[in-house]
Design a protein around this ligand. Structure first.
Ligand SMILES: NC(=O)c1ccc[n+]([C@@H]2O[C@H](COP(=O)([O-])OP(=O)(O)OC[C@H]3O[C@@H](n4cnc5c(N)ncnc54)[C@H](OP(=O)(O)O)[C@@H]3O)[C@@H](O)[C@H]2O)c1
Length: 325
């Protein structure tokens, strides 16, 4: 078991990181349900990295309890995120006091004194990146965190942080987690989240290709847009039962065309739409990992097969509508 998974290094993380991270951001984790069976099963499939956040309800606690019961802490890579804006008022929290407070609560819930990958869940461009680099270096020196970086940080802000780090011989951000996948997110609907999906942001993508900074693509299946539950032939009616936010973020004609092409190519290749959509993420020149959530070990097994599905460059471009440029 587990031999189909692939692993890669992330500077600052002592263990190899599975190319597919399990996303523990969803409902049952959030609600604090005991998820031992699912977690045992995905771990047996070789998923050794788990994505959670301080702001995901009881998700950290569910993971921490499972790790303790199974005595697995040393075998997994834990990724957690801090400094999310206040969920009620949206007040930004990217400052030392809130970050340290988040860490203390996260480490208690996760039942560990050490988080392998620690990300700022959002940015606040008003805060000097250098201050955050100093803080994260201090937390690293205290043995609290391994690799660190930003989720929903733009390339410019990552560069700002890293130029500061290089000038002072400090540890730079070595990992980034924006949204990335075949399903394009509608930027006007996602607030201060950062997406690299779609045809925009060529310079950002070129920077990731050049720097090879590990890119942990969240909502890698477009939050289920490429799950196979929606069919392009149904047009807009396909999303009739989806919630309004999902429809506004993913329900564009462009995405339906991506889905149509994905269905067509998946049929030719004899695989599922979801497997092909994930293979798309791994096929490009970026150093990608995919953060995927599922309630089913069987579906995680299919997702892992995406790591072995060859995709020609022309197919990759076709799926993302790039030949229309
Ligand atoms: N950093 C951030 O700001 C941020 C933001 C959003 C999400 N995230 C992270 O990313 C994780 C995943 O994001 P997400 O849940 O939005 O989206 P996702 O992983 O793109 O999509 C999840 C959906 O895909 C379905 N799915 C997964 N594998 C499948 C398969 N093989 N066949 C068919 N359907 C499949 C799941 O259904 P089933 O459950 O029924 O299998 C679920 O409905 C979150 O849990 C969280 O950890 C991070």
């Amino acid at each position: 078991m587990g031999e189909r998974m692939r692993y890669a290094g992330i500077p600052g993380v002592e263990k190899p990181v599975s190319r597919i991270l399990f996303g523990a951001g969803g409902g049952r984790f959030w609600q604090g349900e005991r998820m031992d069976e699912l977690l045992d099963a995905v771990f047996a499939l070789g998923v050794t990295a788990f994505d959670t956040a301080r702001v995901y309800g009881d998700s950290e606690k569910v993971l921490g309890d499972w790790l303790e019961r199974r005595n697995l802490r040393e075998k997994v890579v834990l990724l957690s995120k801090c400094a999310h804006p206040d969920l009620t008022g949206g007040t930004k929290r990217v400052n030392e006091r809130e970050i340290r407070r988040d860490f203390e609560i996260s480490s208690r819930c996760l039942k560990t004194d050490y988080i392998d990958i620690y990300l700022l869940h959002r940015d606040d461009p008003q805060v000097e990146a250098g201050l955050l680099v100093e803080l994260l270096n201090a937390m690293h020196a205290e043995g609290k965190i391994g690799a660190f970086g930003g989720s929903n940080w733009t390339r410019r802000r990552i560069e700002e942080a890293n130029e500061y780090a290089y000038r002072r011989n400090l540890i730079p951000f070595t990992v980034s987690s924006p949204n990335y996948g075949l399903a394009r997110q509608e930027k006007t609907k996602i607030g201060d989240c950062v997406t690299l999906s779609g045809l925009e942001d060529a310079e950002e993508k070129a920077w990731y290709a050049e720097s090879q900074m590990p890119l942990l693509a969240y909502s890698a299946l477009g939050a289920g847009f490429f799950s196979g539950r929606f069919q392009s032939g149904d047009g807009e009616a396909a999303l009739e039962n989806a919630d309004a936010f999902f429809r506004s973020v993913y329900g564009s004609p462009d995405n339906f065309e991506r889905l149509r092409r994905c269905e067509e190519l998946a049929k030719e290749k004899g695989c599922k739409v979801s497997t092909l959509a994930l293979a798309w993420i791994f096929a490009g020149p970026l150093n990608t990992f995919a953060v995927v959530s599922t309630g089913s070990p069987k579906r995680m097994e299919e997702n892992i097969e995406a790591l072995h599905l060859p995709l020609a460059e022309a197919e990759r471009r076709y799926l993302n509508l790039e030949e229309r440029e």
